[in-house]
Design a protein. Structure first.
Ligand code: SF4
Length: 400
């Protein structure tokens, strides 16, 4: 206020007459200005006005004030139809790469592989593993329609990744009941995804898998005449289906032997046996190596053989080298000395003429040194925190 008064006083002192007008912003404010503003600019000596004077600045702003236009130039520019808009093209879905079937240079057959294979086969004949009674081939047992049998097999395999056979088997039974008693493509399409999720919520990645099963059923209806396709590439085009599931589906559902189904057991055991020149980093590397030298007639059997062996004897942590014939025969480079622990239950062998096989109970926490294989990749494949995994997309390496 003091600044404004002093300015007016200075103006009147030079005999300049002032005129008044109301502010265009506030009618209760009166603006004082010289009648001859040009004369003022020449006659009044430029006296510095303190920068801190807000009042002075505010009056000046009122002179300069221009009412805003109805829209800013920027907005006008945007709404100008003459300016061409940028067209965002939809990117076409990526074409799936075909699953490789052979190595450029075959892997050499390991020495003594036949003796090792036959020894494992002999051990397997004396034990019953979960895969023998609850494997993916069991999922079709309650279906009579051939299409439903094939679809049940595929669903069981989709549920089986990161899940024990016992849990997978129970989930298939529950899912079949939830969709109306028969695990058909139509029934899954008609069933709400939340109902599917509820039925399979004990398996790993159950949220993701419920979506995958639903999407797979729709794709099978739309692209494959409501049936399971007969090629690996077509099977791998389904959400959540990888090479291991595809090869096993072909073997079980169609009786087609197009390759080896390599899961974590086959990957781990063949590395422990030293069957790869360099330890393989993932199941796909393992599959291509094995397929290049293992006789084709064994491609189907090796999965079942090694899965059961890996479930009971050559387990991921604390392999039972004390009971393994390969250790006794000096055929395994990863054989370990037994670490005595009171927590470890003894294995009771079956009577030689007993028709019943022995189911060996395992201790998960026996402390054995780690075998000399690619521990990092095995850890990724086998040790997944259950709760964390639910909301994450299934890593490609897990869709085997
Ligand atoms: S000796 Fe031990 S590591 Fe080797 S195959 Fe047998 S259980 Fe597995």
């Amino acid at each position: 206020m003091a600044s404004s008064s002093s300015r007016i006083t200075r103006t009147t002192a030079r005999s300049m007459s002032l005129r008044t007008r109301p502010s265009i912003l506030n009618s209760s404010v009166t603006i004082y200005e010289p009648e001859d503003i040009e004369a003022l600019s020449t006659s009044v000596s430029p006296e510095p006005i303190p920068e801190s004077s807000r009042r002075t600045k505010r009056i000046k702003r009122e002179y300069d004030y221009e009412p805003p236009a109805s829209s800013t130039p920027r907005k006008r520019q945007k709404s100008d139809a003459s300016i061409p808009r940028k067209v965002v093209k939809a990117t076409p879905p990526k074409k799936a790469k075909p699953i490789p079937q052979a190595l450029a240079e075959p892997h050499p057959a390991p020495e003594n592989w036949r003796e090792v294979y036959d020894t494992i086969k002999e051990m397997r004949s004396r034990i019953t593993a979960p895969v023998d009674t609850m494997g993916c081939d069991q999922a079709q047992r309650n279906e009579s329609d051939p299409k439903n049998r094939r679809f049940s097999t595929l669903v069981a395999l989709m549920l089986s990744s990161q899940t024990k056979d016992e849990v997978t088997d129970a989930a298939v039974i529950k899912l079949r009941a939830a969709v109306g008693g028969s695990l058909s493509i139509d029934a899954v399409i008609k069933t709400d995804e939340s109902v599917i999720a509820e039925a399979i919520n004990k398996v790993g990645f159950w949220r993701r898998k419920s979506g995958y099963i639903k999407k797979a059923a729709e794709k099978l209806r739309d692209d494959f005449d409501s049936d399971v396709p007969k090629t690996v590439d077509e099977l791998c085009s389904l959400s959540g289906v990888g090479p291991k599931m595809a090869f096993l589906t072909l073997q079980v559902a169609w009786n087609l032997n197009h390759g080896i189904g390599v899961d974590v057991h086959v990957h781990r055991i063949t590395n422990r046996l030293g069957w790869h020149k360099k330890p393989t980093k993932n199941p796909e590397e393992t599959r291509l190596n094995l397929q290049s030298w293992l006789p084709t007639e064994l491609h189907r059997d090796i999965n079942h053989l090694l899965v059961g062996f890996g479930q009971v004897i050559c387990v991921p942590v604390g392999p039972r080298c004390d009971t393994c014939e390969l250790s006794k025969k000096g055929l395994c480079p990863s054989a370990q000395k037994v670490v005595k622990t009171t927590k470890r239950k003894p294995i009771v062998p079956s009577a030689p003429d007993s028709p019943a096989k022995v189911k060996i109970e395992l201790e998960e926490d026996a402390k054995y040194p780690k075998p000399p294989i690619d521990q990092e990749s095995m850890a990724q494949l086998e040790i997944m925190p259950k709760e964390e995994e639910e909301d994450l997309p299934i890593p490609k390496s897990e869709i085997l």
